[in-house]
Design a binder for this molecule. Structure first.
Ligand code: ADP
Ligand code: MG
Length: 236
């Protein structure tokens, strides 16, 4: 396997004295989709935060495109090509859709028009609502704004923490289709998902995280076919 675009290697850390991450390793290749599943409290969000620099590690490292970024702040990771959509509070509800997208591009000095058009092409409903406050949108549309805002930074890797939380199955399928489309443009996706089956279906690589450790790591297809994984984590 070639060198991953992003890898959190043997990550150990937590919020206080106790560790939440107990040595897990998570990576994604260029243009591929990596999916992290596992029970509530397993440390999935914590692993994402650690890879984005929102939490310092006690040991382990984070490498982006061969560069050790373990010590960098989130702000310093963005210009290197990382974008993160957190699980909650991921849009500015009082700002319009377009203002949200423009905020995503605040670090850029070049013309953002083409990226804006790309986001509206990907999520046509956002184009029709571009002047509406984002807080007036449905849950699924808000998630589109959050993903769109992250795309405005022109990331190499897009990190999504439960992007389909609270949306209907139809909206979920649509969002997954868009995520596949984004990956096809060469952007790597690292995603946490509760909808484990559906997410593993589109995953090149899957991780089952339990108590901050890798319980199972394989291709999405292999995890879906593994009887132990199915019984314990996919509802049979
Ligand atoms: N900001 C925080 N401060 C203290 N403990 C936290 C914080 N965020 C999460 N935790 C704890 O860390 C553990 C893992 O949480 P999390 O990474 O959010 O799990 P998951 O995303 O897999 O559901 C849980 O026991 C949770 O209570
Ligand atoms: Mg979480």
């Amino acid at each position: 396997m070639s060198e991953p675009l992003l890898i959190g290697q043997s990550m150990v850390g937590g919020y206080g004295a106790a560790n939440i991450l107990n040595g897990c390793t998570i990576s994604v290749q260029r243009g591929e989709i990596a999916v992290i599943v596992g029970p509530n409290g397993a440390g999935k969000s914590t692993a994402m935060k650690a890879m984005f620099g929102m939490m310092s590690l006690r040991s382990g490292s984070v490498m982006l495109n061969g560069q050790d970024i373990t010590a960098l702040s989130p702000q310093d990771r963005v210009p290197l090509g990382m974008a993160f959509v957190p699980q909650t509070h991921n849009i500015f509800t009082s700002m319009t859709v377009q203002e949200n997208l423009e905020m995503g591009a605040f670090l850029r000095r070049d013309n953002i028009h083409a990226t804006l058009e790309m986001v509206y092409y990907l999520f046509p409903v956002l184009a029709t609502k571009r002047h509406q406050p984002a807080g007036e949108l449905s849950g699924g549309q808000r998630q589109q704004v959050a993903v769109g805002r992250a795309l405005m930074t022109e990331p190499r890797v897009l990190m999504l923490d439960e992007p389909t939380a609270g949306v209907s199955p139809i909206v979920m399928d649509e969002l997954f289709d868009r995520i596949v489309e984004i990956a096809r443009t060469g952007i790597s996706i690292m995603m946490v998902e509760q909808n484990a089956r559906q997410a593993l279906e589109i995953a090149h690589r899957g991780y089952v995280l339990v108590q901050g450790e890798n319980r199972f790591t394989d291709t999405g297809a292999a995890l879906m076919a593994d009887p132990d994984v199915r019984r314990s984590f996919l509802g049979g």
